[in-house]
Design a protein around this ligand. Structure first.
Ligand code: 6R9
Length: 652
C-alpha cells in the first residue's frame, strides 16, 4: 500500500506537449455537433439533456427532467420507454429493417454473419419469449458469461426488453469470481456457451459455470449456446439455447419501462475489497450513451461503418457496441477474437474488408501495435478511416501520434475519451469537428457535463495546476448506486469532496485550461515531497524509441518516502553491454526533470493487465516492495506475474 497522504497537495505538472492537430475542414463543416453545443448546455444544462433525450422514442414523456436528492439522482422522472424498442424495433418501423446492425467476424477466418435490424428484432423477440418461458420477469437478475458471439448482444437486449436486469461477467473470469457476482445479485438465470474461440482453439466456458453454479441456490436455469461443439457435462439446470429460443415466436410486444427502472449491473473490481455492482437505469443511460456516440464519433448512420474493439463484458462494450450504436441505428463490427490471430494484421484486414470509418480501441492495443511495427498496418488499405477513438487509460502522447499517423494516415482526429463504468458514458473528450487535439489530453468536459480539477480542500486549481478530478453536477447516465449497498455508494464516490462526485482519478489543467488525466490517485507517487503521476513517467519512458510499454510504481524508500520503480518492455533486442537502464533513467530526467528519475528500471517481458487492458500497478507494487503478490483474479493472464518475478534479481 502507498503511504497515507492526508495532506496531498497538488500533483506536480511535469510533462510538456506543444503539438496540435486541427479538425479536418470537411469533417468540421459537416459535423453532427458544433461549438454551439457548449454554449447551449452552459445556458441551460437540463434543457440540453432534454433535447438529447428527445432523440429517443418515449412511450410516455417525463414530467421532471432531474430529481436530485444528493447523491441520489432520478432523470426523466415518470417517463416511460423500452430500451430494446429504441435500439431495434423503431429502426425497422422507420423502414430500415434491411440495414445491417452488425457485421460479426468470428475468430476462425471465414466464420462471419451479417445481422440486419430486422434479423435482430426477430432474434431479440425470440430470446425475450424464451426468458419469459424460463420464468424470468421484470426486475429479475440474469448473469451473462459468454464469448463475443451474436447471442451476447441479443441476450442483453432480450433482458432490457422484458425489464430483467443483466449482469455481464467477463468470459475470462474464474469460477470464484463468477460465483461471487451471481450471489451478490441473486441471479435467477445464467446465460453462457459451451465455449468460445481464443487464439485459434476452442476454449471451454461451461465447466467454469458448472463449478460456479453448483452452490448457487438462486440460479434456476443455465441457458447454453452451442458455439464450439465441445463436450459439456449436462446438469439438471441446463437448457440449450437452440432448444428453447429457436422455437419461440419471433414476435414480442415490448412493454414500456420506467425511466428509472434498473437496466443492468456491472461489477468493477476496484483495487481493494469485494467487487462493486454498479447499477445503471434506463432513460438517462440510453440518452447519454446514444448522444455521446453521435457527438464524439460524429456518427453518420447512413454511411459510417463503426468498430469498437472492446469486449462486451466491459462497460465500453455495453455503451459503445450495444446500446449507443444501436439506439443511433449504426452499422457496427463485432469481432470475436484477438488482434494476433491468425496473424498480427487481423485488425487492419477487418478494417480493409468492411471499409471501417470509425475505430474505437484502447491504448494498450495501440502500444502493442507500435511494438509489432509500422510495416504491418502499412500493408493494408486503411483509407476509409475518418475518426479514431481511445479509451481505458491515459493515452501516451507518443501512442496518440503513432495512432494518428500510422492508422489514421495523418488525416483523422483522435478522440481520447475519459469515462468509467460508474459514469456509464463518455464524460471528457474532444469533439472531432470542433477541437484542436493535443496528444495525450482528453481536453474538455462534453457539453452538459460539469467537471473540474480541485485541490485537497475542494478548491478549483488554476490553469497549470494539478489535483483531483471531480464532477460537480449530476449527469443522465451516472450510476444510481452500488447494488444493495447505498452506504458504500456514498462513501466511495461522494464523501471525499462534499457535494462532488469523486471518480478516483488525478488530473491537471494545462495553461489553456485543457484537461489531462493522470491515472488513479492510488497510483500517484510521493517522492521527496512531490506528488508525481505514474502516467507522466510512463509517457516519458514510452517516448524513448527503444521502449514499447512501461509501468511505474512508487516503492517505499527510507530517504525519499517513495522511490520510482519502472517496469519496461523493450521494442526489440538490446545489445549486450548497453546500459539501457542508465539511458532510460537519463531520458526521463531530461524529459520531466531530475525529480522524476526512476530509482530502478526492470526490463520485463510482459505487464500484468486486466481484461480491459489496464495495468495492475498494485501487483507491481507488491513486487517492488518484496511482498507476496495480492489478488490476481481479475488479471487477463495470471501467468504474467511469474514471468515478471523470474526476471527480478531482488526488487527492493
Ligand atoms: C471506460 C472505462 C475507468 C478508469 C478511469 C480511469 C481510466 C478510462 C481513460 C482513463 C485516462 C482515458 N480511464 N478512460 N484514463 N484517459 N481516456 O475504462 O471504464 O473500466 O470502469 O475504468 O479507467 O482511471 O477511472 P472502467
Amino acid at each position: 500500500m502507498a503511504p497515507e497522504r492526508e495532506n496531498q497537495e497538488t500533483l506536480s505538472n511535469l510533462l510538456r506537449e506543444d503539438r496540435r492537430f486541427e479538425p479536418p475542414v470537411d469533417l468540421a463543416a459537416a459535423a453532427n455537433v458544433t461549438a454551439e453545443a457548449y454554449e447551449e448546455a452552459n445556458r441551460d444544462r437540463l434543457a440540453f439533456w432534454e433535447r438529447a433525450a428527445e432523440r429517443l422514442t418515449w412511450a410516455k414523456r417525463w414530467d421532471t427532467t432531474l430529481d436530485w436528492q444528493p447523491p441520489f439522482a432520478k432523470w426523466f422522472v415518470n417517463g416511460k420507454l423500452n430500451v430494446a424498442y429504441n435500439c431495434v424495433d423503431r429502426h425497422v418501423e422507420a423502414g430500415n429493417g434491411d440495414k445491417v446492425a452488425y457485421y460479426w467476424e468470428g475468430e476462425p477466418e471465414g466464420d462471419s454473419r451479417t445481422i440486419t435490424y430486422a434479423d435482430l428484432q426477430k432474434e431479440v423477440s425470440r430470446a425475450a419469449n424464451a426468458l419469459t418461458e424460463l420464468g424470468v420477469g421484470k426486475g429479475d437478475r440474469v448473469a451473462i458469461y459468454m464469448p463475443m458471439i451474436p447471442e451476447l448482444p441479443v441476450s442483453l437486449l432480450a433482458c432490457a426488453r422484458i425489464g430483467a436486469i443483466h449482469s455481464v461477467v467477463f468470459g475470462g473470469f474464474s469460477a470464484t469470481a463468477l460465483k461471487s457476482r451471481i450471489d451478490d445479485a441473486d441471479a435467477k438465470l445464467v446465460i453462457t456457451a459451451d465455449g468460445g474461440f481464443r487464439r485459434g482453439a476452442p476454449s471451454a466456458l461451461k465447466p467454469t459455470v458448472d463449478e460456479a453454479v453448483k452452490d448457487c441456490p438462486s440460479v434456476e436455469h443455465v441457458l447454453v449456446v452451442r458455439r464450439t461443439g465441445q463436450e459439456v457435462d449436462q446438469t439438471d439446470k441446463d437448457v440449450w439455447w437452440h432448444d428453447v429460443v429457436d422455437r419461440q415466436s419471433e414476435e414480442h410486444i415490448p412493454e414500456a419501462h420506467d425511466a428509472e427502472a434498473p437496466l443492468y449491473i456491472l461489477y468493477t473490481s476496484g483495487t481493494t475489497g469485494k467487487p462493486k455492482g454498479i447499477l445503471h437505469t434506463t432513460g438517462g443511460y440510453l440518452t447519454q450513451s446514444a448522444w455521446t456516440h453521435h457527438a464524439v464519433f460524429d456518427l453518420k448512420p447512413e454511411t459510417d461503418i463503426y468498430w469498437c474493439t472492446a469486449d462486451i463484458g466491459w462497460v465500453t462494450g455495453h455503451s459503445y457496441i450495444v446500446y449507443g450504436p444501436l439506439a443511433n441505428g449504426a452499422t457496427s463490427i463485432i469481432y470475436e477474437g484477438t488482434p494476433d490471430t491468425p496473424h498480427r494484421g487481423r485488425f487492419w484486414e477487418i478494417i480493409q474488408k468492411y471499409r471501417v470509418t470509425i475505430l474505437y480501441t484502447a491504448p494498450t492495443a495501440i502500444r502493442t501495435f507500435m511494438k509489432w511495427g509500422d510495416d504491418i498496418p502499412a500493408k493494408f488499405d486503411l483509407s476509409s478511416l475518418r475518426v479514431l477513438g481511445s479509451v481505458g487509460e491515459p493515452i501516451n502522447p507518443e501512442a496518440y501520434v503513432w495512432y494518428r499517423e500510422h492508422i489514421g494516415g495523418s488525416r483523422t482526429p483522435v478522440v481520447d475519451t475519459w469515462w468509467q463504468t460508474e459514469t456509464g458514458a463518455i464524460m471528457i473528450s474532444p469533439l472531432p469537428g470542433v477541437t484542436a487535439g493535443k496528444p495525450g489530453a482528453a481536453m474538455k468536459p462534453l457539453p452538459g457535463i460539469v467537471a473540474d480539477v480541485v485541490d485537497d480542500q475542494a478548491q478549483s486549481v488554476p490553469n497549470g495546476g494539478g489535483g483531483f478530478l471531480v464532477v460537480r453536477e449530476p449527469w443522465p447516465s451516472m450510476l444510481r448506486t452500488i447494488w444493495g449497498d447505498d452506504q458504500r455508494y456514498i462513501d466511495t464516490y461522494w464523501s471525499r469532496f462534499k457535494g462532488f462526485y469523486f471518480p478516483g482519478d488525478g488530473a491537471k489543467k494545462d495553461e489553456d485550461g485543457d484537461l489531462w488525466l493522470l491515472g488513479r490517485v492510488d497510483d500517484v507517487m510521493l517522492v521527496s515531497g512531490h506528488n508525481i503521476s505514474t502516467t507522466e513517467v510512463e509517457s516519458a519512458l514510452v517516448s524513448h524509441p527503444k521502449v514499447a510499454e512501461a509501468a511505474v510504481v512508487g516503492a517505499t524508500d527510507p530517504l525519499t518516502t517513495q522511490a520510482i520503480v519502472s517496469f519496461v518492455i523493450l521494442r526489440g533486442a538490446v545489445d549486450e553491454g548497453e546500459d539501457i537502464a542508465k539511458e532510460l533513467r537519463d531520458h526521463v530526467a531530461k524529459t520531466l526533470g531530475p525529480i522524476a528519475k526512476p530509482r530502478q528500471i526492470l526490463i520485463v517481458p510482459e505487464l500484468p493487465k486486466t481484461r480491459s487492458g489496464k495495468i495492475m500497478r498494485r501487483l507491481l507494487r507488491d513486487v517492488a516492495e518484496n511482498r507476496s503478490i495480492g489478488d490476481v483474479t481479475t488479471l487477463a493472464d495470471s501467468a504474467v506475474m511469474n514471468l515478471i518475478a523470474a526476471k527480478l534479481p531482488s526488487a527492493a
